[in-house]
Design a protein around this ligand. Sequence first.
Ligand SMILES: Cc1ncc(COP(=O)(O)O)c(C=O)c1O
Length: 552
Amino acid sequence: MTLLSDTDRDLQRPGPGDPTRGNREGPPRGQPSGSGRGRRGRRGETPGGARHPATMCELYSKQETLALRRRHIGPSCKVFFAADPIKIVRAQRQYMFDEKGDQYLDCINNVAHVGHCHPEVVKAAQKQMELLNTNSRFLHDNIVEYAKRLSATLPDRLSVCYFTNSGSEANDLALRLARQFRGHQDVITLDHAYHGHLSSLIEISPYKFQKGKDVKKEFVHVAPAPDTYRGKYREDHEDPASAYADEVKKIIDEAHNSGRKIAAFIAESMQSCGGQIIPPAGYFQKVAEYVRGAGGVFIADEVQVGFGRVGKHFWSFQMFGEDFVPDIVTMGKPMGNGHPMACVVTTEEIAEAFSASGMEYFNTYGGNPVSSAVGLAVLDVIKNEDLQGNATRVGNYLTELLNKQKTKHTLIGDIRGVGLFIGIDLVKDHQQRTPATAEAQHVIYKMKEKRVLLSADGPHRNVLKIKPPMCFTEEDAEFMVEQLDGILTDLEEAIGAETESVISKNTPCRTKMPKEARSELLRDSSLDPRENPSRKRNGLCTDSLLSKRFRT
Ligand SMILES: Cc1ncc(COP(=O)(O)O)c(C=O)c1O
Protein backbone atom coordinates (compact mmCIF):
# COMPACT_ATOMS: atom_id res chain seq x y z
CA MET A 1 0.00 0.00 0.00
CA THR A 2 2.85 2.37 0.72
CA LEU A 3 4.78 1.42 -2.40
CA LEU A 4 5.15 4.37 -4.69
CA SER A 5 4.47 4.36 -8.38
CA ASP A 6 7.14 5.69 -10.75
CA THR A 7 5.18 8.91 -10.95
CA ASP A 8 5.23 9.18 -7.18
CA ARG A 9 8.96 8.59 -7.17
CA ASP A 10 9.39 11.36 -9.71
CA LEU A 11 7.39 13.61 -7.47
CA GLN A 12 9.69 12.81 -4.58
CA ARG A 13 12.85 13.60 -6.47
CA PRO A 14 14.50 16.56 -4.80
CA GLY A 15 14.44 19.92 -6.54
CA PRO A 16 16.59 23.00 -6.18
CA GLY A 17 16.62 24.46 -2.69
CA ASP A 18 15.05 21.29 -1.45
CA PRO A 19 16.12 20.09 2.00
CA THR A 20 15.93 16.47 0.86
CA ARG A 21 19.09 17.14 -1.12
CA GLY A 22 20.92 16.65 2.15
CA ASN A 23 24.22 18.44 2.45
CA ARG A 24 24.78 19.18 -1.17
CA GLU A 25 23.27 22.64 -1.20
CA GLY A 26 23.43 23.79 2.39
CA PRO A 27 26.21 24.24 4.92
CA PRO A 28 27.31 21.20 6.93
CA ARG A 29 24.77 19.65 9.21
CA GLY A 30 24.88 20.78 12.78
CA GLN A 31 25.77 24.30 11.73
CA PRO A 32 23.52 27.27 11.16
CA SER A 33 22.28 27.17 7.62
CA GLY A 34 21.05 30.66 6.94
CA SER A 35 18.70 33.07 8.56
CA GLY A 36 16.31 31.23 10.88
CA ARG A 37 13.13 33.13 10.23
CA GLY A 38 13.89 33.58 6.55
CA ARG A 39 14.29 29.86 6.21
CA ARG A 40 11.03 29.03 7.87
CA GLY A 41 9.00 27.93 4.91
CA ARG A 42 5.74 29.55 4.09
CA ARG A 43 2.85 27.24 3.36
CA GLY A 44 3.92 24.51 0.97
CA GLU A 45 7.46 25.79 0.68
CA THR A 46 10.78 24.27 1.61
CA PRO A 47 13.21 26.20 3.82
CA GLY A 48 14.81 27.28 0.56
CA GLY A 49 11.49 28.66 -0.65
CA ALA A 50 10.69 26.04 -3.30
CA ARG A 51 7.35 24.29 -3.33
CA HIS A 52 7.84 20.67 -2.32
CA PRO A 53 6.21 18.10 -4.59
CA ALA A 54 6.51 15.34 -1.99
CA THR A 55 3.72 17.05 -0.07
CA MET A 56 1.45 15.48 -2.69
CA CYS A 57 2.37 11.90 -1.74
CA GLU A 58 -0.55 11.30 0.61
CA LEU A 59 -2.83 8.34 0.09
CA TYR A 60 -5.74 9.95 1.89
CA SER A 61 -6.97 13.37 2.86
CA LYS A 62 -6.31 14.31 6.49
CA GLN A 63 -9.95 13.71 7.41
CA GLU A 64 -9.87 10.26 5.78
CA THR A 65 -6.64 9.38 7.58
CA LEU A 66 -8.23 10.40 10.87
CA ALA A 67 -11.36 8.37 10.17
CA LEU A 68 -9.33 5.28 9.20
CA ARG A 69 -7.18 5.68 12.26
CA ARG A 70 -10.25 5.83 14.50
CA ARG A 71 -11.59 2.70 12.84
CA HIS A 72 -8.48 0.52 12.64
CA ILE A 73 -5.96 1.71 15.21
CA GLY A 74 -6.45 0.89 18.87
CA PRO A 75 -7.96 3.81 20.78
CA SER A 76 -5.22 3.68 23.42
CA CYS A 77 -2.68 4.69 20.76
CA LYS A 78 -2.83 8.45 21.19
CA VAL A 79 -1.83 11.20 18.80
CA PHE A 80 -0.01 14.38 19.65
CA PHE A 81 -2.36 17.38 19.92
CA ALA A 82 -5.45 15.18 20.13
CA ALA A 83 -7.81 18.16 19.78
CA ASP A 84 -6.22 19.05 16.47
CA PRO A 85 -3.76 16.38 15.31
CA ILE A 86 -1.05 17.09 12.77
CA LYS A 87 -0.50 14.93 9.71
CA ILE A 88 3.21 14.77 8.93
CA VAL A 89 4.22 13.53 5.50
CA ARG A 90 7.95 14.07 5.51
CA ALA A 91 10.81 15.45 7.58
CA GLN A 92 14.35 16.64 7.16
CA ARG A 93 16.94 17.60 9.77
CA GLN A 94 15.03 19.35 12.60
CA TYR A 95 11.98 20.16 10.49
CA MET A 96 8.77 18.25 9.87
CA PHE A 97 6.28 19.01 7.10
CA ASP A 98 2.54 18.49 7.09
CA GLU A 99 0.38 17.52 4.13
CA LYS A 100 0.09 21.14 3.07
CA GLY A 101 3.84 21.57 3.12
CA ASP A 102 3.80 23.68 6.29
CA GLN A 103 7.06 23.43 8.16
CA TYR A 104 7.29 22.71 11.88
CA LEU A 105 10.35 23.14 14.04
CA ASP A 106 10.78 19.84 15.86
CA CYS A 107 11.82 20.48 19.46
CA ILE A 108 10.83 17.07 20.85
CA ASN A 109 12.05 14.33 18.57
CA ASN A 110 15.03 12.74 20.28
CA VAL A 111 14.59 9.64 18.11
CA ALA A 112 15.59 11.53 14.95
CA HIS A 113 18.82 12.12 16.83
CA VAL A 114 21.17 13.14 14.00
CA GLY A 115 18.34 14.79 12.06
CA HIS A 116 15.31 13.37 10.32
CA CYS A 117 16.12 11.16 7.33
CA HIS A 118 19.85 11.83 7.52
CA PRO A 119 21.21 10.88 4.07
CA GLU A 120 24.18 8.93 5.51
CA VAL A 121 21.90 6.82 7.69
CA VAL A 122 19.42 6.24 4.88
CA LYS A 123 22.28 5.28 2.55
CA ALA A 124 23.79 2.83 5.06
CA ALA A 125 20.43 1.10 5.56
CA GLN A 126 19.69 0.87 1.86
CA LYS A 127 23.15 -0.41 0.97
CA GLN A 128 23.04 -3.21 3.54
CA MET A 129 19.38 -4.02 2.77
CA GLU A 130 20.36 -4.64 -0.84
CA LEU A 131 23.08 -7.06 0.23
CA LEU A 132 21.84 -9.08 3.16
CA ASN A 133 19.58 -8.98 6.16
CA THR A 134 19.33 -11.95 8.47
CA ASN A 135 19.47 -12.90 12.13
CA SER A 136 22.50 -12.89 14.39
CA ARG A 137 22.96 -16.68 14.39
CA PHE A 138 25.14 -16.27 11.32
CA LEU A 139 28.53 -14.69 11.73
CA HIS A 140 28.53 -11.16 10.36
CA ASP A 141 30.97 -8.27 10.70
CA ASN A 142 28.40 -5.51 11.25
CA ILE A 143 27.17 -6.74 14.61
CA VAL A 144 30.66 -7.23 16.05
CA GLU A 145 31.95 -3.97 14.61
CA TYR A 146 28.99 -2.12 16.08
CA ALA A 147 29.34 -3.84 19.47
CA LYS A 148 33.05 -2.93 19.47
CA ARG A 149 32.35 0.73 18.62
CA LEU A 150 29.50 0.99 21.12
CA SER A 151 31.58 -0.54 23.92
CA ALA A 152 34.33 1.98 23.20
CA THR A 153 31.94 4.79 24.18
CA LEU A 154 31.36 3.17 27.59
CA PRO A 155 33.58 2.55 30.64
CA ASP A 156 35.77 -0.57 30.18
CA ARG A 157 33.75 -2.92 32.34
CA LEU A 158 30.63 -2.41 30.20
CA SER A 159 31.66 -4.55 27.26
CA VAL A 160 29.01 -7.18 26.55
CA CYS A 161 26.06 -6.29 24.28
CA TYR A 162 22.64 -7.81 23.65
CA PHE A 163 20.78 -6.22 20.75
CA THR A 164 17.02 -5.78 20.77
CA ASN A 165 14.41 -3.84 18.78
CA SER A 166 13.00 -1.43 21.32
CA GLY A 167 13.82 0.25 24.59
CA SER A 168 11.13 -1.86 26.26
CA GLU A 169 12.76 -5.09 25.14
CA ALA A 170 16.10 -3.79 26.36
CA ASN A 171 14.75 -2.95 29.82
CA ASP A 172 12.91 -6.26 30.06
CA LEU A 173 16.14 -8.09 29.28
CA ALA A 174 18.02 -5.91 31.78
CA LEU A 175 15.59 -7.07 34.48
CA ARG A 176 16.17 -10.69 33.47
CA LEU A 177 19.94 -10.22 33.66
CA ALA A 178 19.64 -8.57 37.07
CA ARG A 179 17.36 -11.25 38.46
CA GLN A 180 19.48 -14.08 37.14
CA PHE A 181 22.67 -12.55 38.58
CA ARG A 182 22.02 -13.25 42.26
CA GLY A 183 18.63 -14.90 42.11
CA HIS A 184 16.92 -11.87 43.71
CA GLN A 185 13.54 -10.58 42.50
CA ASP A 186 12.77 -7.12 43.81
CA VAL A 187 13.21 -3.90 41.89
CA ILE A 188 13.55 -0.34 43.18
CA THR A 189 12.28 2.25 40.76
CA LEU A 190 11.82 6.02 40.98
CA ASP A 191 8.52 7.75 41.36
CA HIS A 192 7.07 8.97 38.02
CA ALA A 193 9.49 6.76 36.08
CA TYR A 194 8.63 5.23 32.73
CA HIS A 195 10.69 2.28 31.45
CA GLY A 196 8.57 0.77 28.70
CA HIS A 197 5.31 -0.75 27.61
CA LEU A 198 5.83 -4.48 28.32
CA SER A 199 3.98 -5.98 31.28
CA SER A 200 7.26 -6.38 33.15
CA LEU A 201 7.96 -2.66 32.69
CA ILE A 202 4.51 -1.27 33.40
CA GLU A 203 5.03 -2.99 36.75
CA ILE A 204 8.09 -0.84 37.46
CA SER A 205 6.78 2.37 35.85
CA PRO A 206 4.83 4.48 38.36
CA TYR A 207 4.19 6.93 35.47
CA LYS A 208 1.92 4.21 34.11
CA PHE A 209 0.73 1.99 36.92
CA GLN A 210 -0.31 4.87 39.13
CA LYS A 211 -2.61 6.12 36.39
CA GLY A 212 -4.17 2.75 35.63
CA LYS A 213 -6.09 0.35 37.79
CA ASP A 214 -2.98 -1.75 38.38
CA VAL A 215 -1.79 -1.86 41.91
CA LYS A 216 1.87 -1.83 42.72
CA LYS A 217 3.29 -5.35 42.85
CA GLU A 218 4.87 -6.47 46.12
CA PHE A 219 8.30 -6.89 44.51
CA VAL A 220 8.33 -3.28 43.33
CA HIS A 221 9.56 -0.48 45.56
CA VAL A 222 9.13 3.16 44.62
CA ALA A 223 11.76 5.64 45.78
CA PRO A 224 11.15 9.38 45.63
CA ALA A 225 12.36 11.03 42.45
CA PRO A 226 15.54 13.02 43.22
CA ASP A 227 13.86 16.25 42.19
CA THR A 228 15.40 19.26 43.90
CA TYR A 229 12.80 21.65 42.49
CA ARG A 230 9.50 20.18 43.61
CA GLY A 231 10.50 16.93 45.32
CA LYS A 232 10.81 15.95 48.96
CA TYR A 233 14.28 17.49 49.40
CA ARG A 234 14.85 20.72 47.51
CA GLU A 235 17.70 22.99 46.56
CA ASP A 236 17.71 24.55 50.03
CA HIS A 237 18.45 21.15 51.63
CA GLU A 238 22.02 20.89 52.81
CA ASP A 239 22.64 17.52 51.15
CA PRO A 240 19.77 16.42 48.87
CA ALA A 241 21.91 13.68 47.27
CA SER A 242 22.38 11.87 50.60
CA ALA A 243 18.80 12.54 51.66
CA TYR A 244 17.37 10.98 48.49
CA ALA A 245 19.88 8.10 48.59
CA ASP A 246 18.94 7.42 52.22
CA GLU A 247 15.36 6.93 51.04
CA VAL A 248 16.63 4.10 48.85
CA LYS A 249 18.59 2.68 51.78
CA LYS A 250 15.41 2.78 53.88
CA ILE A 251 13.55 0.85 51.18
CA ILE A 252 16.29 -1.78 51.09
CA ASP A 253 16.22 -2.16 54.89
CA GLU A 254 12.44 -2.49 54.94
CA ALA A 255 12.54 -5.04 52.12
CA HIS A 256 15.14 -7.07 54.01
CA ASN A 257 13.08 -6.89 57.18
CA SER A 258 10.21 -8.50 55.33
CA GLY A 259 12.46 -11.18 53.86
CA ARG A 260 12.71 -9.69 50.35
CA LYS A 261 15.87 -9.38 48.25
CA ILE A 262 16.80 -6.59 45.88
CA ALA A 263 17.71 -7.55 42.32
CA ALA A 264 18.05 -4.06 40.87
CA PHE A 265 17.68 -0.35 41.13
CA ILE A 266 16.62 1.14 37.80
CA ALA A 267 16.62 4.81 36.87
CA GLU A 268 17.02 7.06 33.90
CA SER A 269 20.23 9.04 34.23
CA MET A 270 17.94 12.08 33.93
CA GLN A 271 14.21 11.50 34.24
CA SER A 272 12.39 12.48 31.07
CA CYS A 273 8.70 11.55 31.36
CA GLY A 274 9.13 12.30 35.06
CA GLY A 275 9.58 16.00 34.18
CA GLN A 276 13.17 16.56 33.00
CA ILE A 277 14.66 15.84 36.42
CA ILE A 278 18.41 16.04 37.00
CA PRO A 279 19.51 14.17 40.11
CA PRO A 280 21.87 15.96 42.50
CA ALA A 281 25.58 15.14 42.17
CA GLY A 282 26.63 12.17 44.28
CA TYR A 283 23.15 10.62 44.44
CA PHE A 284 23.82 7.77 42.03
CA GLN A 285 27.15 6.85 43.67
CA LYS A 286 25.46 6.47 47.05
CA VAL A 287 22.51 4.54 45.62
CA ALA A 288 24.86 2.20 43.74
CA GLU A 289 26.76 1.52 46.96
CA TYR A 290 23.57 0.65 48.88
CA VAL A 291 22.09 -1.45 46.08
CA ARG A 292 25.30 -3.41 45.47
CA GLY A 293 25.64 -3.88 49.20
CA ALA A 294 22.25 -5.59 49.06
CA GLY A 295 23.36 -7.87 46.21
CA GLY A 296 21.51 -5.91 43.56
CA VAL A 297 22.68 -4.22 40.37
CA PHE A 298 22.35 -0.66 39.08
CA ILE A 299 20.52 -0.32 35.75
CA ALA A 300 20.91 3.02 33.97
CA ASP A 301 18.16 3.59 31.44
CA GLU A 302 19.67 5.77 28.71
CA VAL A 303 16.88 5.11 26.21
CA GLN A 304 15.97 8.81 26.05
CA VAL A 305 19.11 10.57 27.16
CA GLY A 306 22.03 8.66 25.64
CA PHE A 307 24.18 9.13 22.55
CA GLY A 308 25.66 12.54 23.35
CA ARG A 309 22.47 14.49 24.03
CA VAL A 310 24.05 16.10 27.09
CA GLY A 311 26.94 17.34 24.98
CA LYS A 312 30.13 16.84 26.92
CA HIS A 313 29.49 13.17 27.61
CA PHE A 314 28.28 10.43 25.35
CA TRP A 315 26.17 8.90 28.12
CA SER A 316 24.22 10.97 30.61
CA PHE A 317 25.33 8.85 33.58
CA GLN A 318 28.90 10.00 32.84
CA MET A 319 27.97 13.52 33.97
CA PHE A 320 27.93 12.30 37.53
CA GLY A 321 31.62 11.45 37.62
CA GLU A 322 34.02 8.69 36.63
CA ASP A 323 33.51 7.01 39.97
CA PHE A 324 29.97 6.11 38.96
CA VAL A 325 29.61 3.18 36.55
CA PRO A 326 26.29 1.31 36.29
CA ASP A 327 26.24 -2.49 36.02
CA ILE A 328 23.80 -2.48 33.12
CA VAL A 329 23.03 0.28 30.61
CA THR A 330 20.01 0.18 28.32
CA MET A 331 19.68 2.30 25.20
CA GLY A 332 17.29 2.72 22.29
CA LYS A 333 15.47 5.62 20.65
CA PRO A 334 18.34 7.72 19.17
CA MET A 335 20.41 4.63 18.45
CA GLY A 336 18.92 3.98 15.01
CA ASN A 337 17.72 7.51 14.22
CA GLY A 338 14.22 6.11 13.71
CA HIS A 339 15.19 2.58 12.70
CA PRO A 340 13.93 0.30 15.50
CA MET A 341 16.98 -0.86 17.40
CA ALA A 342 18.03 -0.96 21.04
CA CYS A 343 20.61 -2.60 23.25
CA VAL A 344 21.59 -3.77 26.71
CA VAL A 345 25.25 -3.47 27.65
CA THR A 346 26.60 -5.13 30.76
CA THR A 347 29.66 -6.60 32.45
CA GLU A 348 31.24 -9.96 31.64
CA GLU A 349 30.33 -11.20 35.12
CA ILE A 350 26.61 -10.48 34.71
CA ALA A 351 26.61 -11.87 31.17
CA GLU A 352 28.30 -15.06 32.38
CA ALA A 353 25.71 -15.50 35.12
CA PHE A 354 22.92 -15.09 32.55
CA SER A 355 24.51 -17.63 30.27
CA ALA A 356 24.96 -20.06 33.15
CA SER A 357 21.19 -20.53 33.27
CA GLY A 358 21.62 -22.54 30.08
CA MET A 359 18.84 -20.70 28.27
CA GLU A 360 19.66 -19.26 24.88
CA TYR A 361 18.87 -15.60 24.26
CA PHE A 362 17.56 -15.29 20.72
CA ASN A 363 16.07 -12.18 19.19
CA THR A 364 15.05 -12.52 15.54
CA TYR A 365 15.83 -8.95 14.53
CA GLY A 366 18.16 -7.71 17.23
CA GLY A 367 21.59 -6.77 15.84
CA ASN A 368 20.74 -7.76 12.27
CA PRO A 369 23.17 -6.53 9.57
CA VAL A 370 20.90 -3.67 8.51
CA SER A 371 20.30 -2.40 12.06
CA SER A 372 24.00 -2.65 12.83
CA ALA A 373 24.87 -0.71 9.66
CA VAL A 374 22.38 1.97 10.67
CA GLY A 375 23.84 2.09 14.19
CA LEU A 376 27.34 2.50 12.80
CA ALA A 377 26.21 5.31 10.49
CA VAL A 378 24.59 7.12 13.45
CA LEU A 379 27.84 6.89 15.45
CA ASP A 380 29.77 8.23 12.45
CA VAL A 381 27.42 11.17 11.98
CA ILE A 382 27.53 12.11 15.68
CA LYS A 383 31.32 12.25 15.42
CA ASN A 384 31.76 13.70 11.94
CA GLU A 385 29.26 16.50 12.49
CA ASP A 386 30.39 17.21 16.06
CA LEU A 387 26.83 16.87 17.28
CA GLN A 388 27.97 16.62 20.88
CA GLY A 389 29.75 19.96 20.48
CA ASN A 390 26.59 21.34 18.89
CA ALA A 391 24.48 20.04 21.79
CA THR A 392 26.74 21.88 24.23
CA ARG A 393 26.86 25.13 22.26
CA VAL A 394 23.21 25.33 21.25
CA GLY A 395 22.01 23.84 24.54
CA ASN A 396 23.93 26.47 26.55
CA TYR A 397 22.66 29.24 24.30
CA LEU A 398 19.07 28.05 24.55
CA THR A 399 19.31 27.71 28.33
CA GLU A 400 20.69 31.25 28.50
CA LEU A 401 17.78 32.57 26.41
CA LEU A 402 15.29 30.67 28.53
CA ASN A 403 16.79 31.96 31.76
CA LYS A 404 16.25 35.49 30.45
CA GLN A 405 12.62 34.55 29.81
CA LYS A 406 12.41 33.32 33.36
CA THR A 407 13.18 36.78 34.71
CA LYS A 408 10.40 38.14 32.52
CA HIS A 409 7.60 35.60 32.91
CA THR A 410 6.01 34.72 36.22
CA LEU A 411 4.74 31.48 34.71
CA ILE A 412 8.27 30.09 34.42
CA GLY A 413 9.26 28.49 37.69
CA ASP A 414 12.38 26.62 36.71
CA ILE A 415 14.63 26.05 33.74
CA ARG A 416 16.72 22.91 34.03
CA GLY A 417 18.69 20.75 31.72
CA VAL A 418 21.98 19.87 30.14
CA GLY A 419 22.92 20.03 26.48
CA LEU A 420 19.85 19.56 24.34
CA PHE A 421 17.74 18.11 27.13
CA ILE A 422 15.93 21.00 28.77
CA GLY A 423 12.75 21.40 30.81
CA ILE A 424 10.67 24.51 31.46
CA ASP A 425 8.64 24.04 34.64
CA LEU A 426 5.53 26.21 34.46
CA VAL A 427 4.04 27.27 37.78
CA LYS A 428 1.02 29.22 38.95
CA ASP A 429 2.86 30.63 41.91
CA HIS A 430 6.48 30.59 42.84
CA GLN A 431 6.03 30.09 46.55
CA GLN A 432 4.09 26.83 46.36
CA ARG A 433 5.39 25.94 42.90
CA THR A 434 1.85 24.93 41.98
CA PRO A 435 2.07 23.24 38.58
CA ALA A 436 0.54 25.31 35.77
CA THR A 437 -0.96 22.32 33.97
CA ALA A 438 -3.71 24.02 31.95
CA GLU A 439 -1.32 26.80 31.01
CA ALA A 440 1.26 24.28 29.76
CA GLN A 441 -1.37 22.68 27.54
CA HIS A 442 -2.37 26.09 26.24
CA VAL A 443 1.28 26.91 25.49
CA ILE A 444 1.97 23.74 23.49
CA TYR A 445 -1.14 24.26 21.36
CA LYS A 446 -0.25 27.90 20.75
CA MET A 447 3.33 26.89 19.92
CA LYS A 448 1.92 24.47 17.39
CA GLU A 449 0.03 27.35 15.77
CA LYS A 450 3.41 29.07 15.53
CA ARG A 451 4.79 25.90 13.91
CA VAL A 452 6.90 24.81 16.85
CA LEU A 453 6.44 21.30 18.24
CA LEU A 454 6.79 21.02 22.01
CA SER A 455 5.28 18.63 24.52
CA ALA A 456 4.32 18.91 28.18
CA ASP A 457 5.15 16.10 30.59
CA GLY A 458 5.98 15.29 34.18
CA PRO A 459 3.57 14.04 36.84
CA HIS A 460 1.54 17.27 36.50
CA ARG A 461 2.07 17.67 32.76
CA ASN A 462 3.34 21.18 33.35
CA VAL A 463 6.94 20.77 32.20
CA LEU A 464 7.66 21.82 28.63
CA LYS A 465 10.12 19.30 27.25
CA ILE A 466 12.84 20.27 24.82
CA LYS A 467 14.84 17.41 23.28
CA PRO A 468 15.22 18.15 19.58
CA PRO A 469 17.31 16.47 16.90
CA MET A 470 20.95 17.21 17.70
CA CYS A 471 21.40 19.40 14.62
CA PHE A 472 19.19 22.07 16.25
CA THR A 473 20.74 25.50 15.64
CA GLU A 474 21.05 28.75 17.56
CA GLU A 475 18.58 30.30 15.13
CA ASP A 476 16.10 27.54 15.90
CA ALA A 477 16.62 28.29 19.59
CA GLU A 478 15.97 32.00 19.00
CA PHE A 479 12.87 31.29 16.94
CA MET A 480 11.49 28.90 19.53
CA VAL A 481 12.10 31.29 22.41
CA GLU A 482 10.64 34.23 20.50
CA GLN A 483 7.40 32.31 19.96
CA LEU A 484 7.31 31.17 23.57
CA ASP A 485 7.88 34.72 24.77
CA GLY A 486 4.91 36.01 22.76
CA ILE A 487 2.63 33.23 23.94
CA LEU A 488 3.59 33.58 27.61
CA THR A 489 3.20 37.36 27.40
CA ASP A 490 -0.32 36.99 26.04
CA LEU A 491 -1.18 34.28 28.52
CA GLU A 492 0.10 36.22 31.51
CA GLU A 493 -1.77 39.28 30.30
CA ALA A 494 -4.91 37.22 29.97
CA ILE A 495 -4.68 35.83 33.49
CA GLY A 496 -3.50 39.13 34.91
CA ALA A 497 -0.28 37.62 36.08
CA GLU A 498 2.07 40.26 34.84
CA THR A 499 3.58 42.91 37.05
CA GLU A 500 4.36 46.42 35.86
CA SER A 501 8.04 45.68 36.02
CA VAL A 502 7.97 42.69 33.76
CA ILE A 503 5.67 43.99 31.04
CA SER A 504 7.66 44.71 27.92
CA LYS A 505 6.21 47.82 26.32
CA ASN A 506 7.33 46.50 22.99
CA THR A 507 5.55 43.19 23.27
CA PRO A 508 2.18 43.47 21.60
CA CYS A 509 -0.68 41.22 22.61
CA ARG A 510 -1.06 38.95 19.63
CA THR A 511 -3.79 36.59 20.64
CA LYS A 512 -6.56 36.78 23.15
CA MET A 513 -6.94 33.93 25.55
CA PRO A 514 -10.02 31.81 24.78
CA LYS A 515 -12.84 32.59 27.24
CA GLU A 516 -13.10 29.02 28.54
CA ALA A 517 -9.36 28.71 29.12
CA ARG A 518 -9.32 32.08 30.84
CA SER A 519 -12.07 31.19 33.29
CA GLU A 520 -10.41 27.81 33.90
CA LEU A 521 -7.16 29.54 34.73
CA LEU A 522 -8.80 32.19 36.89
CA ARG A 523 -10.45 29.53 39.00
CA ASP A 524 -7.29 29.23 41.09
CA SER A 525 -7.62 31.97 43.68
CA SER A 526 -4.23 31.21 45.23
CA LEU A 527 -2.49 32.95 42.37
CA ASP A 528 -0.48 35.94 43.49
CA PRO A 529 0.75 37.57 40.32
CA ARG A 530 3.13 39.94 42.06
CA GLU A 531 5.35 37.28 43.51
CA ASN A 532 8.32 36.20 41.50
CA PRO A 533 10.71 34.23 43.67
CA SER A 534 11.99 32.62 40.49
CA ARG A 535 14.15 35.68 40.06
CA LYS A 536 15.66 35.07 43.45
CA ARG A 537 16.29 31.46 42.59
CA ASN A 538 17.54 32.44 39.20
CA GLY A 539 19.95 35.01 40.47
CA LEU A 540 21.08 33.33 43.61
CA CYS A 541 20.84 29.66 43.12
CA THR A 542 20.61 28.42 39.57
CA ASP A 543 24.26 28.52 38.66
CA SER A 544 25.54 27.28 41.97
CA LEU A 545 22.82 24.65 41.96
CA LEU A 546 23.89 23.42 38.59
CA SER A 547 27.49 23.23 39.61
CA LYS A 548 26.39 21.37 42.72
CA ARG A 549 24.48 18.94 40.57
CA PHE A 550 27.38 18.26 38.25
CA ARG A 551 30.90 17.85 39.18
CA THR A 552 32.14 16.99 35.75
C1 LIG B 1 13.16 6.07 29.54
C2 LIG B 1 12.50 5.11 28.61
N1 LIG B 1 12.82 3.81 28.69
C3 LIG B 1 12.26 2.90 27.86
C4 LIG B 1 11.33 3.28 26.92
C5 LIG B 1 10.70 2.25 26.04
O1 LIG B 1 11.21 2.36 24.76
P1 LIG B 1 10.36 1.82 23.49
O2 LIG B 1 9.20 2.71 23.32
O3 LIG B 1 11.38 1.86 22.38
O4 LIG B 1 9.96 0.42 23.81
C6 LIG B 1 10.98 4.62 26.80
C7 LIG B 1 10.00 5.05 25.79
O5 LIG B 1 9.49 6.13 25.77
C8 LIG B 1 11.57 5.56 27.68
O6 LIG B 1 11.25 6.85 27.62
